[in-house]
Design a protein around this ligand. Sequence first.
Ligand code: FES
Ligand SMILES: [Fe+2]
Length: 444
Amino acid sequence: MSEQPIVRRRVVKKGISDARTNDSRTQSQYDPYKDAAWGFINHWYPALFTNELEEDQVEGIQICGVPIVLRRAEGKVYALKDQCLHRGVRLSEKPMCFNKDSITCWYHGFTFDLKDGDLTTIVGNPDDKLIGTTGITTYPVHEVNGMIFVFVREDDFSLEDVPPLSDDLPFRFPENSEKFPHPLWPKSPSVLDDNAMILGMHRTGYGDWRIACENGFDNAHILVHKDNTIVHAMEWVLPLGIVPVSDDAITVVEDEKGPKGLMQWLFTDRWKPTLENKELGVKVDGMNSRHYRTSVVLPGVLMVENWPENHVVQYEWYVPITDDTHEYWEVLVKIVKTDEEKRLYQQRYDLVYKPLCLHGFNDCDLYAREAMQNFYSDGTGWDDEQLVSTDVSPITWRKLASRWNRGIAKPGRGVAGSLKDTSLIFKNTADGHRPGYKVRKIEE
Ligand code: FES
Ligand SMILES: [Fe+2]
């Protein structure tokens, strides 16, 4: 009997592979990140666009489980905790303001100073001994080029320690031009620049903010955009994926001052675009190159340079509302100096960028993120995921975010979303109101 050659079958391991890049040793370096379901607190976040808050307008939002009321008075925006210290209703649900200096709770009349949140009087009880002894937390505001940013702080985070907004925004150019040179495009405008015109939108995403954030700079996920209208209309060469081929594919930035984040050296020899998968017979279409570069900084701000066209930059924020909802901000920034440049940029935004990029292209990101939510929502996804070499980007981000965040938000107390199955959520949903970002005003 002749000896039969031994047939070696590939052993298919069921369960977690040792070859994954996020083994338990790696995971232990980002434990704080895994605890940040409600976001990173003590950071700057976008709250509203300027045109969403006119003089005397009052709006309520929620960031990192913190209810916040915004009011514009004499042109200036104030932000305070939107939870009355008496019995906890949201001031923004039924705005009541008797002057330009204060906001009054519509329920029993507790009145708070806009500047420092102090309880200055109670409408029907002006001699109560509580007056002058307590107050609600205020939040620093920075309004610039059509956006209102709020520093969302813990009640005991000192106002003296509040860093400048620029510490929580992407790397600026030309300051960083030498550090991050790129031959393919000139500097990328910042939201802080003179003549920066910001156009964009925000909407609620139904998923964990971290899942959304990681999607923004995930170099494997561009497959989801393969057949987007803009890609075919412009005949872009959009790779099937981009794979790191060098140890310095990513630069981590953790200078003492300034933003903390990472920059990916895309479209250099440190990353290799995948243009074909022979096994599947899949190839990229397109003729026109579309070079871009992504970076991300705390508390979760994406910059896509040179996107969707030359001289435009896209910024995204994934502002945690609760542990399973976030406000997805997408803005495009361009430097425009003349009225004619403004008009043309606005027209390009209305006719191309908004429908085909911020919707169209980015709608795919939104549904992909929501599709991941069940896997991560009970926390087990962070342990069960099996990441590959391309996922060096989220792993690097998780580690640096764990090292440099200014605080992990505690689960919201007494706010929307702190309990998931209340009769109010079911009633509102049945009435056609999805859980979201802005407070709905009481209708009488
Ligand atoms: S709940 Fe605000 S005054 Fe009573
Ligand atoms: Fe995407």
